[in-house]
Design a protein around this ligand. Structure first.
Ligand code: NI
Length: 155
């Protein structure tokens, strides 16, 4: 395992759309292992492959002790709305409120290519939505209710 460099906002890479994972092979496992180490090293709750410079649809999360790897994730159901603070390892210190679904169901594949689904509420739902947004080049600051504060702060 190795810690990889986290891509920061302002780098063009972060705005690209990630491509589906096709090969559930050792390269993917290495990537996921490195992502996990990188996330923990940076005290993150989630990380998308694009944040370590790999344009593949793979994300990991660790919310309240629940660790999961989601390959080619798709949100298939959402319910309600919840407003809460978010941050991002690619953004730095800024945290801002974002409206997310209260509850989401996501279908994905595990590292071996087996399909599964996960349903999460509140923080877990938020984290899943945030990471999946990364795969389409979307950052939480784009959607944040506090985005004026962020963009005015002159970063
Ligand atoms: Ni993020």
């Amino acid at each position: 395992m190795a810690i990889r460099k986290v891509v920061k906002i302002g780098e063009e890479m972060l705005r690209k759309k990630s491509k589906p994972v096709k090969d559930f092979d050792e390269d993917l496992w290495q990537l996921l292992d490195d992502m996990r180490e990188t996330m923990y090293k940076n005290d993150g709750m989630g990380l998308a492959a694009i944040q370590v410079g790999v344009l593949r649809r793979a994300v990991i999360i660790d919310v309240n002790g629940l660790f999961a790897e989601l390959i080619n994730p798709k949100i298939i159901k959402t319910e309600g709305e919840d407003i809460g603070e978010e941050g991002c390892l690619s953004v730095g210190k800024f945290q801002g409120r974002v409206a997310r679904p209260m509850k989401v169901t996501v279908e994905a594949f595990d590292r071996y290519g087996y399909p599964f689904s996960i349903t999460g509420e509140k923080l877990l739902a938020r984290c899943l939505c945030h990471e999946i947004d990364h795969l389409d080049g979307v950052l939480f600051v784009d959607k944040s209710l506090d985005k004026d504060k962020y963009f005015k702060s002159g970063r």
